[in-house]
Write a protein that binds this ligand. Sequence first.
Ligand code: FES
Ligand SMILES: [Fe+2]
Length: 434
Amino acid sequence: MTVSSVGGPRWVDIARGEVSREVFVDDQIYRSEIEKIFNRTWGFLAHETEIPAPGDYVVRKLGIAEIVVARDRQGNIQAFLNSCRHRGAQVCRADSGNARNFVCPYHGWTYDQTGALLTTTFDKHLPKDIDMSALGLPKVPRLETHKGLIFGSWNTEVAPLSNYIGEFAWYLDPFLSRTPGGMEVLAPPHRWRVKCNWKVGALNFVGDAQHILTTHVGPLTLDPVRAARAGFATAAENSFQVVDDAGHGCTLTYLAPGLPENSYQTHPKDLEALYRDSLQPGQLEMLSKLRVIVGTIFPNLSFIETQVGPEEKAVIMRQWQPLSGTDMEIRSWILAEREATPEYKSNVLRKGFHNFGAAGVFEQDDVELWASATLASDNSIAKQFPYSFHTALPYLDKPDESHQGPCKVFRPADTEVAQLEFMRRWGQLMEPVA
Ligand code: FES
Ligand SMILES: [Fe+2]
């Protein structure tokens, strides 16, 4: 046998291509993955363009701890726990804004943009020798950025972010920094809750080409270029899934051969001209052939670039925030090149949310099925029967050597290789082999 189970057959069984349903519904597993995965690895916090000016802040989560991500007076990025050192109240109650200081609404302890305690308002009653500098809001100990993305980690020993993203950056960067100015978040993210496990979203984006023509058959009939089933299969044959040992992965779907020329205007030509300065030839070629890319940076940040209108291609970022074994919150950001015209940005924003916002036409298809799968799986009878990832098995040991990009590449794009590899990494972290 060339492939092996990870951490025993209880949860992730690579050799059989099966994953226990417990993994997608169980609250104890959820609590354990917060400790073993989310509090140990890197987590996405915000995009730099969400907090461009001193005093700007957003409230996010790292693991399940709420944090404030702020830009201080010196222009540096700060991230600290949003829980007062006095009696724990949430110091900042807004999602985002601009503030000189943060005043706790309970008894008035006041912190600056770095999280340092300025005053308790009753300082006169404090012991004379109290060390105020030890009573600041706890800082996220590791904070690094990659092409505009701000990541943090509670783990002081975690390897540098550049190692973590590693060679996968080759696939990611064409969607984060393909022009000299980089990308810009166009509006505050949409945020909504779905009654399903966070991994369902992460797996869907890492590589679930099999759901597209069934789940999304409704909105696809509105597609300006109708994708025939046969054409889709041919496109999948010529497309790729990419997996990385860290658990990151993506699916690239190239344009189906035989479409009328210029059926899809891939990117606005004036912007495309700028890509040449920022990207390598192989990356440029990938962009020129690409219809859709979807991917996940392990564990819970996903991205997609797809056509959202006849002349607009939107980059959308997703975060699947765990709330319990069967509950998550989604954040969805829309991005465009900073150099794009205001009109182009406004079109991308409107059409991007139309497709992938909280009420987006593709979104509603997906989340209805994710919630129903969760509901139907969360009982002792259903849990005896693992989920099937069997279409990964014939391909797992056969990476495609012909693709010029790094990481492990598999063809075609419509198998479950990337999903099973994601679960392999999850299993390694959750059930380390003794
Ligand atoms: S809990 Fe914040 S000041 Fe008391
Ligand atoms: Fe979908």
